[in-house]
Design a protein around this ligand. Structure first.
Ligand code: CTP
Ligand code: MG
Length: 232
């Protein structure tokens, strides 16, 4: 197996405000985590998958992974306080499972982007192999965005034509990514920023509207519409 995928699902989902941690909230009869893993299970390429879950949901995540992934291809570990800690836990588990040292590419994906199509995973992995760079799916910026002084004063309206909205899965050469996170500072909310901070190039591929990050109750409604249009 050459492809490793870390699915971070250890967040609490404060902004969604559901009774369950966000990855365990249902969307059209299946949890967000199950939707995310289903897209991964549909990939043509075999992948070794690590799910990073809240410590109190490791058993539930193990049951979901066992139902969706091919036997022997999924592992579940507990996450950390910040997303970056959860990613680090997932990468460590992936490295431990890769006894043959065969993994060349790692993809890091938010379970909150439950409806990302399989084609996006394949596109990112292919571009990592072709370029050796970090790869992030992106869409053009629609809104007008400004830098402020941190309060109410606008300092600069950004040139929208140069802005992109970044999604996941974000992909990296596995060995280079492990080295990058070993030396990373804290406070990164995005994996490409860790890789770029280590001096590597990062390029974009085309993202997908269905990859929206489900953050608020309104996002969950949008995701329901996308799912209904797909036919369940
Ligand atoms: N995540 C994680 N570990 C954390 C925090 C976040 O694995 N300590 C994961 C989430 O489960 C999610 C992804 O990172 O799949 C993106 O995070 P976000 O959308 O912010 O999810 P939450 O942190 O759960 O939501 P909120 O910030 O509203 O609490
Ligand atoms: Mg969060």
């Amino acid at each position: 197996v050459r492809l490793g995928i870390v699915v971070v699902a250890a967040g609490s989902g404060t902004r969604l405000g559901a009774a369950e941690p966000k990855a365990f909230v249902e969307l059209g009869g299946a949890t967000l985590l199950e939707h995310a893993l289903t897209a991964i299970a549909r990939l043509d390429e075999e992948a070794r998958v690590v799910v990073v879950a809240p410590s109190i949901r490791v058993d539930a995540a193990t049951a979901i992974a066992g139902r969706v992934l091919a036997p022997g291809y999924g592992t579940v570990v507990a996450g950390g306080a910040e997303r970056q800690d959860s990613v680090a836990a997932g990468i460590a588990a992936l490295a431990a499972a890769d006894t043959a040292g065969a993994l060349d590419v790692v993809l890091i994906h938010d379970a909150a982007r439950a409806l990302t199509p399989s084609t996006v995973f394949a596109r990112v992995a292919e571009r990592v192999r072709a370029s050796g760079a970090g790869v992030v799916p992106a869409l053009p910026m629609i809104d007008t965005v400004a830098e402020t002084d941190g309060a109410d004063t606008v300092e600069r309206v950004a040139d929208r034509s140069r802005l992109a909205v970044l999604q996941t899965p974000q992909g990296f050469p596995f060995a280079a990514y492990r080295a990058a996170i070993a030396g990373a500072s804290t406070g990164h909310t995005d994996d490409t920023s860790v890789f770029a901070a280590a001096g590597h190039d990062v390029v974009t591929v085309t993202g997908d509207e269905a990859s929206l990050k489900i953050t608020t109750p309104w996002d969950l409604r949008r995701a329901e519409l996308i799912l209904a249009e797909r036919g369940g």
